[in-house]
Design a protein around this ligand. Sequence first.
Ligand code: NIG
Ligand code: FE
Length: 408
Amino acid sequence: MKLIGPFKQIVTLADLPLRGKLSDEQLQVIIDGGIVVDDGKIKETGNFEALKSKNQNIETVTIEGEQIALPGFVDSHTHICFGGNRANDFAMRNAGKTYLEIAESGGGIWSSVQHTRNASEEELLKTLLERIGFLVSLGITTIEIKSGYGLDVENELKMLRIIKKAQDHTKAKLVPTCLSAHLKPRDFAGSNPEYLNYILTEILPKVKEEALAKRVDIFIEKSAFQPEESKDFLLKTKDLGFDITVHADQFTPGSSRIAVEVGAKSADHLEATIDEDIEFLAKSDTVATALPGASLGLGEKFTPARKLLDAGAIVAIASDWNPGSAPMGNLITQASILAAFEKLTTAEVLAGMTFRAAHALGLGDRGKLEVGKKADFVTFKTDNFQNVLYNQGSLNAENVYINGNLIH
Ligand code: NIG
Ligand code: FE
C-alpha cells in the first residue's frame, strides 16, 4: 500500500454518467489531493494531509512541485502496427488528387499492406513499440491495436502475433482487434462475400485458437465492404464469440445503423452520420467514437460529437493513428482541436478519452480515479488541469502510473 501526492488538483471523473452531455461543474476536483494505492487499485482519494495522518505507517511517494493528476487515457482505436509510410498520399491529397486516384497510382491501404507483408517481424515489432512508447509518453495507458494490413492468413496472424508479443515489452494494456475485413486484397481471387467467408473459415478460427484477439472490426464503405454482406459477416463473427466494432459512416452514411443492429461495442468515425442515425446511435449501447485525427489527416469534416452528446450517445475520442488517414498520433492535440470545433466541454473530452473509451473496449475497471478502479493515472506539471487541453498537446505529460507504479 502507498500514498502518492500531494497533487495540486486531482480530476477523478468519479460519478460521471456513461452517456450524454456533461458540464464542467460536474467534474470532481480534489485540491491538494493524494491517492492511496493498494494492490494496483485505488483504495482512496482525498486531501493529501488528511490521508497522510490517517495512514501513518504506509509508504509515501512525494510529488515534487505543482502537478495535477488525471485518469490514464484510453486510445480505443489505432492501427499502429504497420510497415512503410504514406507521406506521398498526404502530399497528393493536398495537391488535389482523389482517394481513388491515389489508390490507383500505388497508394492507399494496399500500399501499407505490401509494406507490412514485406517487413520483417523484428522491424514491425520495433516500430510498433516506438509508437506505443509515444502514446504512453502522452499519458495513454490502454491502447487498442488493429490488424488489417496483412489481409491473408499468414500476414494477419503475423500482425496479431506481433501485437501479442509487444505486450511483453510494455506496461500499457494492449487490446488487439482483428481487422482482416479492412479491404479485399488485390491478390484475392474472389468476390467480397468470398473474402469475408475466407476470414470466417480460415483466419478467425486460428485467431481464436491462439487467443490473438477477442474483437473483430470491418470497414463498411463504398470502396471496402457493402452494408448487407458486412451485416451477415458481423452476425457470424458474433456467433463465433467475438465482440464487434465497425468503421462506420466515414464518407457514406448508413453503416452506423448496422453497427447498432448487430450490437457492436462501438461505431467509429461517423463523420458522415445523418441526424436520424445520430438518434438511433444515441438510444443504443454502442459507443460512438470520434476520430479527429482522421479528419485532420484527410482535411475532412469532424464527427458530429456535439450532436451525438446532446442526443445522449456514449461518445469516445480516439486517435485512429494509421499511416494513411491519421498519421499524427497525438490524441491530446486531436481531442483539443475537436473540442474547439465541436464545442465540447472539458468534462466531455476527458470522459471521451477515459472511461467512455474504456467502455468501448469492454473495460469497466479503468478510466476514473474511483475506489476499486485500476490506479492508472497521468500527471502534468501545472496548477490547473484546464491547461492540458488549452495547450493542445504542447504541455507534455510529466509522469505516467500504471497499477500505481511509475512507468514513465
Ligand atoms: O480508420 N477507414 C479505414 N481505415 C483507416 C485508414 C487506413 C489507411 O488508410 O491505411 C481509418 O481511417
Ligand atoms: Fe481506423
